[in-house]
Design a protein around this ligand. Structure first.
Ligand SMILES: [Zn+2]
Length: 409
């Protein structure tokens, strides 16, 4: 095959703009094209085309650096990498694609090139946020608008021992709350360094999906590091990425890189002998710790998405020789098995019993271990409050009402 001239490659790389290439492939964001590219200040965003992305915030396109990066799955690169990954082009074909777009003839020139990838810039230091920021969201913030915390706190899910564990578990995991009602799942690593936090909204009481992720309201998902790099534009009434950053001393994305870790990772330091039980969602990890409570023995941590499970992120656990058990969602069993095979760590196993053996249709087709376990707790718990008694024994209800009965605990 003919080689492509070095000079032509240079010309193409000079002309090619990452935001133009990606918007050619994904289209522009609109109501009809939710997967398109959306301008946000000096950057662009889209649902990540390289993993099963459900809400915007992870995949950022940087015109200044002519590159893109996904903070969830780690996909990153420039125009060439995007075309090779997304359009499944070879390297020369990616150049031809760009040559055509930018009217630079590629193959009719005397050629002599060998592929020399650009030397990667030295990696930026990992962002570390102050612990005081975590504590503020945990204790100074008021959780009234945090729908998930309300849902978790509702007594009818738990027996009396579990109920007492709720505040302890929330404190252990450093679950925080934003003023706008997000639940904040801080990501603190095995050395206690605060990497970032994931902010998510949940549906309010009365909603059919109360207790589940809010997929409808605006600004229902974000990362703390992303918020720190934006400022509020009062005219647009939205966050923009326009510098100067409001917190340049805490986070400047040109100087530090936010690297994600697992939710609950900091607890591995405290509970050194515990088996690591890895689930997908942060909410599930918290619920399971409330349900079982024995962190010394079983420590629940959340990866936040299958694509987050990489050998690199597991390294601190593998180095310690930890036993790791994976708990997939019911609809993710096969993918998690494949992931486990790819990781190839001999102390890792998968437990599908909760979502296959213990599962009942009322848990839902996408149930995870918490859905199943909570249903089981609910079916087996002793009747410790009068509403439960009334619920289970309708014939006794008139008597309860008449005598205004209570259970003496
Ligand atoms: Zn991604």
């Amino acid at each position: 095959m003919a080689k492509i001239d070095e000079l032509i490659i240079e010309k193409i790389m000079d002309a090619a703009k990452i935001e133009e290439v990606i918007s050619d492939c994904l289209g522009t964001y609109s109501r009809d094209n939710p997967h398109g590219l959306k301008k946000c200040g000096v950057r662009y965003k889209a649902l990540c085309p390289f993993h099963d992305d459900k809400s915007m915030g992870s995949f950022i396109v940087y015109p200044k650096g002519n590159c893109y990066k996904c903070f969830s799955c780690g996909a990153k690169g420039g125009v060439i990498e995007f075309l090779m990954e997304h359009e499944k082009l070879s390297y020369p074909d990616a150049l031809r694609w760009l040559g055509k777009k930018y009217s630079i003839p590629v193959d009719d020139v005397p050629v002599n090139w060998t592929y020399t990838p650009k030397p990667a810039p030295p990696p930026l230091p990992t962002l570390e946020l102050p612990m005081s920021m975590v504590l503020r969201t945990q204790y100074a913030a008021t959780p009234e608008n945090d729908n998930l915390i309300r849902w978790i706190g509702e007594a009818n899910k738990w027996d009396s021992v579990q109920r007492k564990r709720i505040p302890l578990s929330l404190a252990d995991y450093h679950v925080g709350h934003s003023k706008k009602g997000h639940t904040i799942f801080w990501q603190i690593d095995e050395a206690g360094r605060v990497r970032t936090g994931k902010m998510m909204k949940y549906y309010p009481p009365g909603h059919a999906k109360y207790g589940h992720r809010d997929q409808d309201s605006s600004w229902n998902f974000d990362f703390i590091h992303s918020v720190l790099s934006k400022h509020w534009d009062p005219e647009l009434r939205e966050f923009t990425d326009e510098p100067p950053y409001p917190y340049p001393n805490i986070y400047n994305p040109d100087k530090q890189e936010a690297r994600l870790t697992f939710f609950g990772m900091h607890l591995t330091q405290q509970y050194r002998r515990a088996t690591i039980k890895l689930v997908e969602s942060e909410k599930t990890a918290v619920l399971m710790s409330i349900a079982y409570g024995n962190n010394q023995q079983d420590l629940w941590i959340a990866c936040g998405g299958l694509e987050m499970i990489t050998r690199e992120r597991l390294k601190p656990l593998i180095d310690q020789g930890r036993h790791i058990i994976l708990y997939p969602d019911r609809d993710g069993v096969e993918k998690w098995k494949a992931k486990m095979a790819a990781i190839n760590y001999d102390r890792m196993s998968i437990d599908t019993d909760p979502v296959l053996k213990w599962w009942r249709p009322e848990d839902g087709p996408k149930a995870d271990i918490a859905d199943v376990v909570l249903r089981m707790i609910n079916n087996s718990k002793p009747l410790t409050n009068i509403d439960d008694v009334a619920d289970k024994m309708p014939n006794v209800k008139p008597l309860i009402d008449k005598l205004d009965l209570e259970i003496d605990q």
